[in-house]
Design a protein around this ligand. Structure first.
Ligand SMILES: [Cu+2]
Ligand SMILES: [Zn+2]
Length: 202
């Protein structure tokens, strides 16, 4: 009798782990694979839902030393080499661009990140008005959005995009938990290209 209760208890505990492992983190976090214009994987961006918006932990290398613009763009598509497939900045409220703009900013506008002398960045940013859950400001709804790093610096004022220069690194925010679970496995960029091709054909 006792043993059976213990078994049941273990089973419900396992159920709880299963549910929390499969349902909750998917809406609360996602790890993006970041790719450069050549299709090489250059790092990750870890997104977490917080009370004050979505936090982004960017770990990317291969940039030029110094400041770079970074934004959330409106479409979840990273097609190199120019990444124009990602569209304009994520701007569900129809505001102007720029953190220093009185009629701004876009929800997707973020402070510049700074690469060190080796071209590496490790910074944590907050997308204040955004969510990974459902809603108007959801980064994952309607086929997702994308996180873009630029060659230049966002001046915080100029329309429509802060005069930030070329788009050089891109990662898709899909709401798909798979990318989060595979975060530690190095990916072959050609494999990813094949996958994208297949998705387009399908
Ligand atoms: Cu941008
Ligand atoms: Zn903007």
């Amino acid at each position: 009798m006792r043993r059976r209760n213990k078994k049941l208890w273990m089973l419900s505990l396992m159920m709880l782990f299963f549910l929390s492992g499969c349902l909750l983190p998917h809406e609360n976090s996602e790890t993006l694979e970041m790719y450069n214009a050549d299709g090489d994987r250059v790092g990750t961006a870890r997104l977490n839902e917080t009370d004050g918006g979505v936090s982004v932990n960017v770990e990317v290398e291969g940039l030029s030393p110094g400041f770079h613009a970074i934004h959330v763009h409106e479409y979840g598509k990273c097609e190199g080499p120019d990444f124009s497939s990602s569209g304009n900045h994520f701007n569900p409220d129809g505001k102007d661009h720029g953190l220093m703009q009185t009629d701004g900013p876009h929800v997707g506008d973020l402070p510049n990140i700074e690469a060190d002398a080796d071209g590496a960045v490790q910074e944590e940013l907050i997308i204040n008005e955004a969510t990974l859950k459902k809603g108007k400001n959801s980064l994952t709804a309607d086929n997702g959005t994308s996180l873009i790093i630029h060659d230049g610096v966002d001046d915080g004022m100029s329309q429509p995009a802060g005069n930030s220069g070329d788009r050089i690194v891109c990662g898709v925010i899909s709401g798909d938990s798979q990318s989060g679970e595979e975060q530690d496995a190095p990916t072959d960029p050609t494999e990813n290209n094949d996958k994208q091709k297949n998705e387009e054909n399908g």
